[in-house]
Design a protein around this ligand. Sequence first.
Ligand code: PAF
Length: 313
Amino acid sequence: MGKLHIVGGGAIGSLIAASAQKNGVPYDCYPRDRKSMPSWAQWQDGQTTMLKPAKFAPVALAETDVLILPLKVYQLKAALLQWLPYLTQQPTVVLLHNGMGGLEAATELLGCDYPLLLATTSHGALKVKASTGDVYVQYTGVGATQIGAPDFGTGTPQTLTALSASAPQLANAIAMLDTALPPVQYQDDILKALWTKLSVNAVINPLTALHNIQNKYIADTEFEQSRNAICDEFTQVANACGLEFDAQTVHKNVLSVAKATGENFSSMHQDVAHGRQTEIDAINGYIVEMAKKKGIPVPENTLLVERVKALSL
Ligand code: PAF
């Protein structure tokens, strides 16, 4: 078995590392800032797992290794540039982030033939500072990870059996991730899964950030008009980009995720609360960008981008 290399010391990356440790998958972590890297994880039953010390610098990876990048989209290009000299054996690279634009950034640097997987996760994790000053990661919600290979517009979905035959390296990487932090569910149409997550983030994230509320409150009637407008615009843009969605189903799904993660503060809410850069460009900004290309007016998404950006001025 190869090794799992986790870039960044965010909550999801640390959760993957802790779960890999618990499940006996060899791994290393490469946080940007070693001081903010959690030292242990706390599971929902109160048990804890110690993380091994983080690495300082990239190392040359083997073909059987997996490099996973649970980063913000805007951090991806710099991270890939740093790792590029160490990827000559073409280990599998896995992108795991909210929003869109990662595939474009990765293919620009790695090329279209590179063994690449795209993933989205619904696991919940939070970095917490203990009274001792140590940082730990808390598992806040059991979820699942959806993963698949980009088809680069060929429009031919591959089953996992077909992928195992045509690209065993990718199938092995999926199996490794499933052992590290299960469940990892293969999606033959990963782009549809990513756009579905985009619709959820496009509604929950800006509304929770702008109104300083937990996820569950976006279901309140005062946000109905905005929810409908975001979902309608999203659906028009997605359809124009060749993805089949209908606005009612999109809206229903958003509400069910808001309910399931009701007590959470969204990642954008947290970014605003801690004065960090938000992912608005990769979420509603991506919808606006695609809408421009397709000549579709998207006033609600445009306004949300402006308003979220104004929060950090
Ligand atoms: O970005 C987030 O916070 C999450 O993707 C989600 C699903 C909105 C839950 O908080």
